[in-house]
Design a protein around this ligand. Structure first.
Ligand code: SF4
Length: 327
């Protein structure tokens, strides 16, 4: 069975953008692959953060992931900081990674341009990411399109290390991208990617009444000024959310009703709201159940870390042996 690795930052409860873009896919992939899912808390400290909030957000993220359907019996769910080999391997990879490769990473250019003093961790973040993936010798990494450049760096690091220390038979596989089927989810303002910092999200665990209050004013096709104006579904974010939440026959119906002005945008949003409720109600209920028994989360993450650690330790043993470290 091929192995996949995927990481997510501990940003608190999931919003539907993270859910559709990553975690929903994790739930499907755990059926087909040996899956390692990691809450990458070391990545979260490359920017300013509050220690107490990090703890709370890590727990909330774990609850959201488990409530979404990641099954600890099928997949290994763990915290990056609980497996010290991640940073150990990252150091080794730091010694092989060309500075220029890191400086030209789009995310580094973007984030560093907004900071006066740039922490080294922001620059070497993709090296830690390479270590995260290669520590488990993962064959595949489910990624969004904006992560493809970092994955390419992981492939480069694997190639460089193999060429230097394991030329006969490559030890690290060059991980391939499993691009997520849901394209990036736009926020309810319809102009930017859904993101907590932009305040345009719908929380995965939000109560239905709160979700409806957000959907009502959400931006639609600007050409539909009057109820009688026909619209173009493809330019409307609500239509794309239908594609994520509604059954295919409803999506077809939406397209027809929109382009013929058969219904208004509020009618369309009411149908979307019902589809969302159908998928999200059970997740919210499961999350409440998990939250009422906090020990479950700790036990699950600890058990996951033990399984991950067993694999990580073995990888590091082989890496160190090939690199000439004394046993
Ligand atoms: Fe968007 Fe639906 Fe309105 Fe068409 S009818 S513009 S798909 S909200």
């Amino acid at each position: 069975m091929s192995r996949i690795f995927s990481g997510i930052q501990p940003s608190g409860e999931l919003h539907i953008g993270n859910y559709l873009g990553a975690v929903k896919n994790w739930v499907a992939l755990q059926q087909r692959f040996e899956s390692f899912y990691c809450i990458v808390d070391y990545h979260a400290i490359t920017v300013e953060y509050e220690p107490a909030l990090l703890r709370e957000r890590t727990r909330d993220m774990a609850i959201s992931i488990l409530a979404s359907g990641v099954d600890p019996e099928r997949a290994v769910l763990f915290l990056q900081s609980a497996v010290p080999e991640h940073t150990e391997l990252a150091w080794i990879f730091n010694t092989l990674t060309p500075l220029g490769e890191l400086e030209r990473q789009t995310q580094f250019k973007d984030k560093s341009s907004r900071q006066e003093s740039i922490p080294v961790g922001l620059l070497t973040y993709p090296v830690l990411q390479a270590a995260d993936i290669l520590l488990y010798r993962a064959d595949l990494v489910p990624v969004g399109e904006d992560q493809l450049q970092h994955l390419e760096l992981s492939r480069l690091v694997a190639r460089k290390w193999n060429a230097r220390f394991s030329p006969e038979k490559p030890f690290f596989p060059e991980p391939k991208a499993e691009v997520t089927p849901t394209p990036r989810v736009m926020g309810l303002d319809g102009t930017a990617k859904m993101s907590k910092s932009l305040g345009n999200t719908v929380g995965l665990l939000e109560e239905p009444a709160a979700i409806w209050e957000k959907l009502k004013p959400a931006v639609t096709d600007p050409a539909r000024v009057r109820r009688t104006d026909p619209g173009t579904p493809e330019v409307c974010n609500i239509y794309h959310l239908h594609k994520a939440f509604s059954p295919p026959e409803t999506v077809k119906h939406v397209a027809v009703q929109c382009s013929t002005a058969g219904w208004g945008c509020i009618d369309c949003k009411k149908v979307l709201f019902e589809s969302m409720k159908k998928e999200l109600d059970p997740i919210r209920e499961r999350a409440a159940e998990i939250r009422s028994n906090p020990a479950t989360v700790d036990t699950t993450l600890r058990a996951g870390a033990e399984k991950a650690h067993a694999v990580a330790k073995e990888t590091m043993r082989e890496v160190k042996e090939r690199m000439g470290f004394a046993p």
